[in-house]
Design a binder for this molecule. Structure first.
Ligand code: AMP
Ligand code: MG
Length: 409
């Protein structure tokens, strides 16, 4: 039996590249960007007024002027009324100076340089009087190109598309984004005791569920997996997995990988040409986990059927494989502090279910809530994560720090 870290290494050494594709930017959430996105204009693209108020020439204020004639009102989206401003100067050489009433988002007129907000003004009959000092030169202008220059990379390849990337893509006019292609995934449940969610189980049957949780976890990455069910019948399983190898890159199975009389999955996989890389890992839950590959880029994760085991193996092995294959930015493993001492004797890694709580010093505490084993999927609702307790020890003391696998974000 191999160890958790050996299993992880084998799986990650079989990472695959599924190519790239263009998708509409709004459909790209959760995908990995495969191109650098450049600014098509300066950011901001013009000197942007940042307060509603009036635009003046600072030199007028500096020369002592506190009263300004409003010569035009410029909404955001209006061209700057520079000519009206300039012709006022030509026709009125009096002490009163011109200003432009401007709104946030308007492009600053080149005839003005300083914005005074309404809150600092008294306005009556088209005359604005400054009632709040001082006014600083160039205030309330977001200067063209100060955030990014035209041509600068504003989103770099490898980033995961989320709201801030969508915001930037829209701003620079990228309605389609080149992203890493997703693998084609099929999720196979197995077991003659399992009926579907809409069925009424007989007294000795249950509804299948872990295929749906697996589907939901993958959906987060944008993967729309196909779900199928296999009976406990060697020939039927052989036929189905042989057919699916031609259509899918990833086959995720659950159940049928233990020592039971009807656990046909490993044999059916090998009979149809899937190369086994390991069967069984020193871990609880999830010991019977089986992993193999087929063809150029096909991988098979045959997960134990108990829902907690399936869920743990999905998070510990399938998702890191998927993220590595898609080129996710490497993230150091997350850790948490064990809140209560635990004893675990078997020579295996123990993935103990924990409830997480962050204290005032930002320390993440993991409160063990063990549940009743790998069949107790109700316990997953009361917990947030698995804490990885290493294999080489029996006692785990409160206050020690261990790797944590969060399944609720
Ligand atoms: P197996 O690995 O096939 O021996 O299954 C182990 C346990 O997990 C059995 O109690 C199964 O009924 C249960 N199980 C297997 N597959 C599923 C599934 N898709 N949803 C819920 N429970 C399952
Ligand atoms: Mg079974």
């Amino acid at each position: 039996m191999i160890t958790v870290s050996e299993a992880e290494q084998i799986i990650l050494s079989h990472r695959k590249d599924f190519g790239v594709e263009y998708v509409p930017f709004l459909a790209a959430r959760g995908r990995v960007l495969a191109e650098n996105i450049a600014a098509d204009r300066d950011l901001p693209p013009y000197d942007r007024v940042t307060m509603d108020g009036i635009a003046i020439q600072y030199s007028d204020y500096e020369a002592g002027c506190r009263t300004f004639q409003i010569v035009a009102t410029q909404a955001a989206g209006d061209p700057p009324p520079t000519e009206l401003y300039s012709s006022f100067i030509i026709h009125h050489s009096s002490f009163i100076k011109p200003c432009i009433e401007v709104m946030t988002g308007a492009a600053r007129s080149s005839a003005t340089d300083t914005i005074i907000p309404y809150e600092h003004l008294h306005i009556a009959d088209g005359i604005a009087h400054i009632k709040h000092e001082p006014v600083l030169p160039g205030q309330n202008v977001h200067v063209q190109g100060t955030d990014r220059r035209k041509g600068d990379t504003v989103i770099s390849a490898g980033q995961i598309i989320g709201p801030t990337q969508i915001n930037m893509a829209a701003a620079v006019g990228k309605s389609e984004l080149l992203v890493k292609k997703l693998p084609r995934v099929v999720i196979l449940s197995s077991g003659d005791e399992l009926v579907d969610v809409t069925d009424t189980p007989l007294p000795y049957q249950i509804r299948r569920s872990n295929n749906y949780s697996t589907y939901t976890v993958l959906r987060h990455y944008g993967i729309e997996a196909l779900m199928l069910h296999l009976p406990d019948d060697l020939d039927a399983i052989r036929r189905e997995v042989a057919r699916l190898q031609t259509e899918f890159d990833v086959i995720i199975l659950s159940g049928g990988v233990s020592m039971g009389k009807f656990d046909y999955i490993p044999q059916a996989l090998e009979d149809t040409g899937v190369q086994m890389h390991f069967h069984k890992v020193r871990q609880r839950p999830g010991k019977p986990f089986w992993f193999g590959t087929f063809g150029e880029r096909g991988v098979v994760f045959a997960l134990p059927g108990n829902p907690v085991s399936t869920f743990m193996c999905l998070h510990r092995y399938v998702l890191p494989w998927l993220e590595t294959s898609l080129g996710f930015p490497p993230a150091p493993p997350a850790c948490a502090v064990l809140a209560k001492s635990v004893r675990f004797e078997p020579q295996m890694v123990y993935y103990i279910q924990v409830k997480l709580r962050q204290d005032a010093e930002a320390r993440l505490w993991a409160e063990p809530l063990e549940g009743r084993g790998s069949g107790d999927f109700a316990n997953l609702l009361d917990t947030d994560a698995f804490l990885e307790l290493p294999m080489d020890r029996t006692e785990f003391e409160a206050g020690e720090v261990f790797r944590v696998l969060r399944f609720k974000k």
